[in-house]
Design a protein around this ligand. Structure first.
Ligand SMILES: [Zn+2]
Length: 431
């Protein structure tokens, strides 16, 4: 079995403090040692940081072909949803057939994720996905099948689909787990969410749901009025019997808490009581912060510090190219570091690695550089300067991920790591 040791200016194991001039040792697919020194021969990677591979817990890869976010920064959210729906229709319409060339948006998104260091994703998919794409390009994650339904007929159809997908996943498990994502409180009825949460508890799968994303959503839940109701009426799907106003995000949190794992996506406008609820359920519920998407809509400041202070379990997502220029989670981590100076670099690193792995039920093998875990790690170029907090060498910098290793195998390199990758592959006999 191949055994390698890699030395770096800093290693960030995440389960303990950063190690200067650290050495990561790997045998086959697994980590065997993380130490200051080792007796075995090492490959010195130089002025880089070795981090666990990143975990991006919220993507919609169907939009990965978009050259820029839809609409304009700060636009009305309901108008942005209209733009998303129009784009989706365009992408799947008959006039589009034959016009798309090159890899599919999903494959593009998976490749971009991998090349920027995210090797585990929480992907929301709303059409039949090609399992091979996911397995071949990106090693692991959870595909959350999106559920949108307000009418009784639609709800019954969706529940049948959920049961079919669960049966298929049990029969032929893949490296990608299946989960379900009731889209949002204004597009998925309380009855649908309740039924899916009960099934999640029985069949042990995870849920993800957009919640408390906009002020308009909070107002809609309370009063049943506003731009989101207008949007539903315009699309002919408004069903007043679905909603017993006044409602609030807490009502949905209580339903989602039944699932063995639930990702609460955005939560931009959760109040203190709701954050406390999440803190109380931090073993099974994760708040998902999408830093640059949050900024794109010009929301009120994100309650990240308050959430962390309260004990909420927080992970990070990029969301899609419809609201974020790219899928580079490291850029989102750096952006979050800038936006929230009271939140430490160590906390940001945890949110982008271990917390994400926990949220996707993958922390037994990923998310930290711990002995026995999979050897999935990245190297990030570091600036020449020193910093009292080594995390800021990674986060107060624009230097890229230059090497990505999955399960002990190098899968991507750029810059000077290109030559190193060649040497490594030659030595391993795979060059
Ligand atoms: Zn989303």
């Amino acid at each position: 079995m191949c055994h390698y040791s890699f030395k770096a200016r800093f290693i960030f194991p995440v389960d303990r403090a950063p190690i200067a001039e650290g050495v990561l040792s790997v045998e086959g697919h697994h980590i065997t040692q993380v130490a200051r020194r080792t007796k075995s021969a090492v490959w010195d990677l130089g002025n880089v940081a070795i981090l666990p591979a990143l975990v991006n817990v919220h993507t919609h890869l169907e939009f990965s072909h978009l050259p820029q976010p839809l609409g304009n920064p700060g636009m009305c959210f309901a108008d942005w949803v209209r733009a998303v729906l129009a784009n989706r229709q365009e992408a799947t319409g008959p006039e589009q057939s034959g016009r798309l060339s090159g890899p599919s948006p999903v494959v593009r998104g998976l490749s971009e994720s991998l090349q920027t260091g995210s090797v585990t994703l929480g992907e929301v998919a709303n059409t039949a996905w090609n399992e091979k794409d996911f397995e071949q390009v990106c090693p692991t994650g959870t595909i959350f099948f999106e559920l949108i339904g307000l009418s009784e007929t639609r709800i019954q159809e969706l529940i049948s689909t959920v049961l079919e997908l669960i049966a298929a996943a049990k029969q032929a498990p893949t490296r990608w787990q299946i989960g379900f994502s009731p889209h949002a409180p204004y597009t998925a009825s309380g009855s649908l969410i309740t039924q899916v949460a009960k099934l999640a508890a029985i069949h042990k799968f995870s849920l993800a749901m957009h919640l408390a994303e906009t002020r308009a959503e909070i107002d809609f839940l309370r009063e049943g009025r506003g731009p989101l109701r207008e949007l539903l009426e315009e699309r002919g799907v408004w069903n007043s019997t679905c909603f017993q106003h006044p409602l609030r995000a807490l009502d949905y949190l209580k339903i989602l808490a039944e699932a063995p794992r639930a990702l609460i996506v955005h939560g931009n406008y959760l109040d203190q009581e709701e954050l406390q609820f999440l803190a109380k359920h931090s073993e099974t519920m994760t708040l998902v912060y999408c830093p640059r998407t949050h900024a794109y809509f010009g929301h009120s400041p994100y309650p990240l510090f308050q959430a962390l202070q309260s004990g909420v379990h927080v992970a990070l997502g990029t969301d899609s190219n419809a609201s974020n220029p790219d899928l580079n989670l490291l850029t989102d981590m750096r952006f979050a570091r800038q936006q929230h100076p009271a939140v430490t670099g160590d906390q940001i690193l945890r949110m982008g690695t271990l917390h994400g792995a926990q949220a996707l039920s993958a922390a037994d093998r990923l998310g930290s550089l711990s002995v026995g875990k999979r050897a999935s790690w990245i190297a990030v170029e570091l600036p020449e300067r020193d910093d009292p907090d080594p995390h800021d060498l990674v986060f107060q910098s624009l230097l890229p991920v230059s090497l990505v290793v999955v399960d002990g195998k190098p899968v991507y390199a750029q810059g000077k790591m290109g030559a190193f990758l060649k040497k490594w592959r030659e030595e391993a006999g795979t060059g």
